[in-house]
Design a binder for this molecule. Structure first.
Ligand code: HEM
Length: 202
């Protein structure tokens, strides 16, 4: 029942003048103002920066894309890029605090691979246990736990009829990864090769 209520509140987002939707619209205006400022400051300062913003602005200028398009592209990176990683790290440290044996093993791996120097990109493939810990964190607490899609025309998939609507259907990675056949022993849908530290949830 709780998940149905949650799903309803998400799929209804933006529809109708509910207090939540009004707050959402005010928040979106704030994001829009921030992005307009970032773009106009960069355009004023000019220069030869070669970062993501410079690439997006160069592509937009070449296409003659309107500001709304640039704002949407930047918004995807700003919101999609920071909240996902922040949420993952928050849950990762929370899990490590609850599982000192995993924490110790991870610290040992980092000491062996990186030592006292600063970590480098080339270290990443060597940090196999860290990779497993991050993946397990994402499985237990996926930052994006609901994905929605809109069909372009009436379609039937797996016996379910879908019509173009916002959204036509949604899938939750949280339920598929932590509920469907998944156990704390690691029999979940994404069971990877050992050493996958399954069952971190307490
Ligand atoms: C733990 C970190 C992250 C997770 C779990 C994650 C998850 C996802 C998921 C599930 C989607 C597909 C959404 C859909 O198809 O409906 C997606 C798309 C995307 N993500 Fe991430 N993401 C992460 C980090 C990032 C970062 C750091 C960036 C960029 C700085 C980024 C940029 C994007 C972009 C541009 C898309 C495509 C959006 C589109 O289709 O227009 N993500 N991400």
């Amino acid at each position: 029942m709780e998940s149905a209520r949650l799903l309803h509140s998400i799929t209804m987002q933006g529809i109708g003048p509910t207090p939540e939707n009004l707050r959402l619209r005010v928040a979106m205006l704030g994001v829009d103002r921030l992005l307009r400022r970032v773009v106009s400051e960069r355009r004023r300062s000019g220069g030869e920066r070669r970062d993501l913003l410079a690439m997006i602005l160069a592509a937009a200028d070449a296409d003659g894309a309107p500001h709304a398009r640039v704002r949407d592209e930047l918004g995807v990176f700003l919101l999609g890029g920071h909240e996902t990683t922040a949420s993952t790290l928050t849950w990762l440290f929370s899990l490590l605090a609850r599982h000192p044996e995993v924490d110790e093993r991870l610290a040992r791996e980092i000491r062996e691979v990186v030592g006292e120097r600063r970590p480098r990109l080339e270290d990443v493939p060597e940090l196999r246990f860290l990779d497993s810990v991050i993946k397990e964190t994402l499985r237990l607490y996926p930052p994006i736990w609901l994905i929605t899609r809109r069909v372009a025309s009436p379609t039937t998939i797996g016996g379910y009829r879908m019509k173009p609507a916002r959204p036509s259907c949604s899938a939750t990675t949280y339920c598929s990864e932590t509920r469907a056949g998944s156990t704390s022993q690691g029999q979940g849908p994404s069971s990877g090769p050992p050493p996958h530290p399954r069952g971190l949830r307490t």
